[in-house]
Design a protein around this ligand. Structure first.
Ligand code: 5GP
Ligand code: ZN
Length: 143
């Protein structure tokens, strides 16, 4: 169910303005209103899902295909050296708009943006790693 106050649903319906770059049947894309770099674009399924965890699996193909197409276009339009694709699920992960969206951010060498995935210390506890993998695999099997 779509919440009445969802800003990205309103943008998808055309009830709120946006700088739209893609207007597909299932997926739209528009410029982020607080860009971290010129060309920072949000790729958004039309149908409301709060996060990736609630998204129907059938949406994964159209959404990721659109992300890849938009990434190619943003890179070309901005003359980028690289592209970050970022996605947050839940406030603890930094999500501020509760309608699934994927950020496409063009990057330049030396642009100073700190979007790299940080690396932790090497995991050396093999028992803990095996147990963790087992828990996740079991959870996957139970979905
Ligand atoms: P999140 O932090 O949830 O991953 O990202 C939400 C993004 O949506 C933010 O980067 C924010 O700038 C953007 N945003 C929030 N409200 C609007 C809006 O009304 N229009 C547009 N174009 N972007 C928005
Ligand atoms: Zn929505």
């Amino acid at each position: 169910m779509e919440p009445l106050d969802c800003v990205f649903c309103a943008i998808a319906r055309g009830d709120l303005p946006s700088y739209r770059v893609l207007d597909g049947d299932d997926v739209i894309a528009f410029l982020d209103i607080h860009p971290v770099a010129p060309g920072h674009t949000l790729v958004v399924p039309r149908r409301h899902a709060a996060t990736l965890l609630e998204m129907p699996e059938a949406m994964a193909g159209p959404l990721f295909a659109a992300v890849a197409r938009v990434a190619r276009a943003v890179a070309r339009a901005q003359g980028a050296d690289g592209v970050n694709v970022l996605q947050a699920n839940g406030p603890a992960a930094g999500q501020t708009v509760g309608h699934l969206h994927v950020h496409v951010v063009p990057r330049r060498h030396g642009d100073g943006l700190r979007l790299h995935i940080p690396s932790g210390p090497e995991a050396t506890d093999r028992t803990a790693m095996a147990a963790q993998a087992e828990r996740i695999a079991a959870a996957l099997a139970a979905l």
